[in-house]
Design a protein around this ligand. Structure first.
Ligand code: PEP
Length: 251
């Protein structure tokens, strides 16, 4: 979208130990040397790696994110991680409402909304994920689902500085399937219109809407050229530095 700096974000999911930091170093080096400075880069590593990853990306423009946070600032929630902890470890962003969280942990739109607010309170940018399942798309309900998810998962007060939306059709995640260009364009335009209802047209116009779901070097240029696509959220292909850098270069 005109005037919006694109973001290419990686989501390592539950992959990565200290041994993976070499890939992160290569990504950082790619952005230090040569890659178009107009594209911003972010890698959402497992929470256990954020503080070590911080040293790896320190002199590069690559930023770090978490993959989830608790809705509360602190408390008796064994095993959970707060937004403040992620921030303290070196993250600037956190993904909330990824479809794997919505499915594996039964997170509702209200839960996701509370997590986004917790992220803001800690000074993190929330990457709020939305997207329809295969059954919802086949049933012609995609746009209704997106409306419901934007209305329910995005807190009032969302603006470009604190919120990024990721459109990730559930059936496209990790499957090698992607929607058609027309379907992506329709979904992203719809999301921007819904953001306008939520946050006002001025804020909606400058918020990033990422596409996610089987983005790879071979399809990145086509997907990133679509109207209202302001970057990518990349799962599998973000684990390999060469693939992630090739996607970033597709802009
Ligand atoms: C994701 O997990 O956000 C994702 C888009 O995964 P993949 O790129 O592997 O489909």
């Amino acid at each position: 979208t005109k005037g919006i700096r694109p973001l290419v974000a990686g989501n390592w999911k539950m992959h990565g130990t200290a041994a993976s930091l070499g890939e992160l170093r290569q990504i950082a080096n790619g952005f230090l040397h040569g890659l178009d400075a107009d594209t911003e880069a972010l890698i959402c590593v497992p929470a256990t790696l954020v503080s070590r990853a911080r040293e790896v990306v320190a002199r590069s423009p690559v930023r770090l994110g978490g993959q989830d946070c608790h809705a509360r600032a602190s408390g008796a929630h064994t095993g959970d991680i707060s937004a403040e902890m992620l921030k303290d470890a070196g993250a600037s962003h956190v993904i909330v409402g990824h479809s794997e969280r919505r499915t594996d942990h039964a997170e509702s739109d209200a839960d996701v909304c509370a997590k986004a607010e917790a992220a803001w309170l800690a000074g993190l940018v929330a990457i709020v994920c939305v997207g329809e399942t295969q059954a919802e798309r086949e049933g012609g309900r995609t746009l209704d689902v997106l409306s419901r998810q934007i209305a329910g998962s995005v807190p009032a007060g969302a603006e470009a500085a604190n919120t990024i939306i990721a459109y990730e059709p559930v059936w496209a995640i990790g499957t090698g399937l992607t929607p058609t260009v027309a379907d992506v364009a329709e979904a992203h335009a719809h999301i921007r219109a819904e953001l306008g209802r939520k946050a006002g047209a001025k804020h909606a116009a400058s918020m990033r809407i990422l596409y996610g779901g089987s983005v790879k070097p071979a399809n990145a240029a086509e997907l990133m050229a679509i109207d209202n696509v302001d970057g990518a959220l990349v799962g599998g292909a973000s684990l390999k530095a060469a693939d992630f850098l090739a996607i970033a270069e597709a802009y």
